[in-house]
Design a protein around this ligand. Structure first.
Ligand code: SF4
Length: 468
């Protein structure tokens, strides 16, 4: 997953403070840091050309005050990256810029995964296109740049229907900002307003952070062009009508402070915990969350079960999320670095520990062990999503199928593997019900194996590294 954002501000504001647009993007990216921690970048325009600053690292490490001077202008866009196609290296950092002799420059930031990038790249390569990165985003950018049409609007209308998979895109040219969602709307993208400026961001928390008002979500399949006349829909690619927001955004990916499709992520997670308590009750003395993403679900579980909520694990807030670290080796060492257990809370107690998901199973065992070593008498693990048995090809680098513990082991075998006294997963029906929506609004393929678009099951994130 990644975070994307963009701003188009009125000329008067840029005349007053030429760094405002880039500064707002910087703070928006800060709010989207949870979506990607490998690299960050901002592209900006003064209406003539594009300037880009992008580096490896966290948002706070990537940019400095002098960069905002370089990025002066009335419009800007930003990206924070977690790699799903293409390795974690500076060449793949975004925004990426492509240039067309007739139309000039275009900067692009992508959240999602274009699953037919290899085929498109081969086709464009055969026509003479040259690629300098191993990311699918460059393929998307080149597909747009080489499409027929006398304007970027035309080229987007031609190129976007050829892409398969998930793509929430923010695109900046000197003349306009574009916000695009794939026809299923797998990744979120919201539109906001602040002091006459139009904004787009992967999540509403980024709009809140900079004091922008939420206007609406960019619709699945919608291509919005934003310029001084405001937003205009220049294409609608969602003719078939089936929607497919990633339900894992509700479970784990999105900030609890965001709203997805108008629904509070925090409230959804609380309801997941409540339903989990109904489906998998436990005889226990305390409910504790694995912080931070499972806190609302543990609150819900405690409320519905009547078992008191306690904090039993304290997270070191300066260590990255275990799920999001690229290597398995780092993940194994992360649990002890990441959590301190509260012996006073745990000593002699039967504990329900609530987590959002089990992916590889590398962290649950060490957490159970940590709780027992600090005095927990019984550990009842409750997971507020169903078992993840299938890989994601739509922008979440969970693991290959063979690495997913639930693809190999039954629930009882997982319980034994992690050393819990009992283990209960939220049902698929319960997870969907918690969102207040219906199953046909969501992608839940990593739980069901029912992909909404055909996928090549052997696809992996290095697919474009192997292309000569
Ligand atoms: Fe989200 Fe899972 Fe679908 Fe991937 S497969 S988009 S993680 S629900």
């Amino acid at each position: 997953m990644c975070g994307v954002c963009g701003i188009w501000s009125p000329p008067a504001r840029a005349a007053e403070d030429p760094t405002e647009a880039a500064r707002l993007m910087f703070f928006s990216l800060y709010a989207l840091q949870h979506r990607g921690q490998e690299s960050a970048g901002i592209a900006a325009t003064d209406g003539r050309d594009l300037r880009v600053v992008r580096r490896m690292g966290l948002v706070g490490q990537v940019f400095s005050e002098p960069d905002l001077g370089v990025l002066g202008g009335r419009a800007a866009m930003g990206h924070t990256r977690y790699s799903t196609t293409g390795s974690s290296k500076i060449q793949n950092a975004q925004p990426l810029v492509v240039r067309d002799d007739r139309l000039g420059e275009l900067a692009i930031g992508h959240n999602g995964n274009c699953i037919n990038a290899r085929e498109i790249r081969d086709e464009l390569g055969a026509q003479g296109a040259r690629f300098v990165t191993s990311s699918d985003t460059e393929v998307v950018a080149q597909a747009i740049a080489s499409a027929p049409g006398a304007s970027w609007d035309d080229r987007l209308r031609h190129a976007l229907p050829t892409l398969a998979g998930a793509w929430s895109l923010v695109i900046l040219t000197p003349a306009a900002l574009y916000a695009v969602r794939d026809p299923l709307g797998v990744r979120p993208l919201s539109l906001g307003r602040r002091d006459g400026a139009w904004l787009v961001a992967s999540e509403t928390c980024a709009l809140d952070t900079i004091g922008a008002e939420f206007v609406r979500d960019v619709e699945p399949g919608e291509v919005l062009r934003i310029d001084d006349r405001g937003p205009e829909r220049v294409a609608d690619l969602a003719a078939q009508g089936r929607r497919g927001l990633c339900i894992f955004e509700h479970v784990y990916l999105a900030s609890a402070s965001s709203r997805l499709g108008g629904v509070s992520v925090y409230a959804t997670r609380e309801r997941m915990g409540e339903i989990l308590a109904e489906e998998h009750p436990a005889q226990a003395d305390a409910v504790i969350p694995v912080p931070d993403s499972a806190i609302p679900a543990a609150v819900g579980y405690a409320r519905r079960s009547g078992i008191p909520f306690h904090e039993g694990l304290i997270k070191n807030r300066y260590i990255g999320r275990t799920f999001i670290q690229p290597s398995d080796e780092l993940r194994r060492h992360n649990v002890a670095l990441k959590y301190n257990a509260l012996g006073d809370v745990l000593e002699g107690r039967r504990v329900v520990v609530v987590d959002d998901s089990i992916v590889r199973g590398n962290t649950s065992g060490p957490i159970v062990d940590l709780l027992r070593r600090h005095g927990a008498r019984e550990v009842h693990m409750r997971i507020c999503s169903p078992p993840i048995r299938h890989a994601c090809y739509f922008g979440v680098d969970m693991a290959r199928r063979g690495e997913l513990i639930a693809a190999r082991l039954s629930v009882e075998e997982i319980r034994r593997h992690i050393g819990a006294d009992t283990l209960g997963y939220l049902s698929l029906e319960g997870m969907v019900r918690a969102t207040g929506g219906t199953a046909d609004e969501y992608c839940s393929a990593c739980f069901t194996g029912e992909y909404l678009v055909p996928v090549q099951l052997e696809l992996d994130k290095s697919v474009l590294e192997k292309v000569p």
